[in-house]
Ligand binder design. Sequence first.
Ligand SMILES: Nc1ncnc2c1ncn2[C@@H]1O[C@H](COP(=O)(O)OP(=O)(O)OP(=O)(O)O)[C@@H](O)[C@H]1O
Ligand SMILES: [Mg+2]
Length: 256
Amino acid sequence: MNSDAALELITVSKTYGQIKALDKVSLAIQSSQFVGLLGQNGAGKTTLFQLLTGLFNNDSGQIQVCGHDIRRHPIDALSSIGVVFQQSTLDLDLTVQGNLKFHCLLHGLSRSEAEHRIASELERFDMTAVRYQPVRSLSGGNRRKVELIRSLLHRPRLLLMDEATVGLDPESRKSLVNHVISLCKERDLAVLWSTHIVEEIQQADRVVVLDKGKILADSSPDKLLAEEDSGVSLSDAFLHLVNLNKTIGVVHGHAC
Ligand SMILES: Nc1ncnc2c1ncn2[C@@H]1O[C@H](COP(=O)(O)OP(=O)(O)OP(=O)(O)O)[C@@H](O)[C@H]1O
Ligand SMILES: [Mg+2]
């Protein structure tokens, strides 16, 4: 195990009946690294996030967050993680402040510290004006920003974003990606950003391609392009890898 890594997975597997949602996945992410996790529908991205956040247990393999084994020291591991799930988990009837405060109290922050952190994060994201509005009244983009703010309040070392830009227009999507990239560098945050929109991770330090539960590639966007030699774009390289995996599955008689 690499104890300096913000996140380390060693041969992690998870099955649902006959489906191998994750198949011996190994991966390490260091502080300040923005890692894009690219995979088509059903690739296993959300399953990975569910294991990393302790919602489900892996069948085999090891997961460490900032050196804490998620099974043996779940509180230490989970308190180092901030997460924005694919499905929104905000309480729509509470105000922005109410949602954020609830999160701070769950993480054991004092009321005064919670107030201070909420005010400064809202300001950073230019969201102070909506502080006392019910979340239901916010646009999709602003709701996602609230989720991002909430995920940062307890000062995590590892930020997990599972298709965080779903439903956003291209401009809001770009703005959210840029916010997270700058946070990653400013605060030494390790980021795992899952998506199937290739454009979102053009600026990533590394791109991990997941397909049918297996990692097909793990390298910088530039290297991936060079290795795949598949034409002009990262999107082409991704599709080329996934299609190649499909062909291999057919040749070996795998149920794909
Ligand atoms: N609770 C579950 N019970 C049974 N099968 C599941 C469950 N959760 C996921 N799966 C299966 O595991 C595989 C991986 O699903 P997962 O949701 O992790 O993919 P994903 O990459 O997040 O896809 P998407 O891009 O559509 O969100 C799929 O075949 C899915 O049907
Ligand atoms: Mg998913």
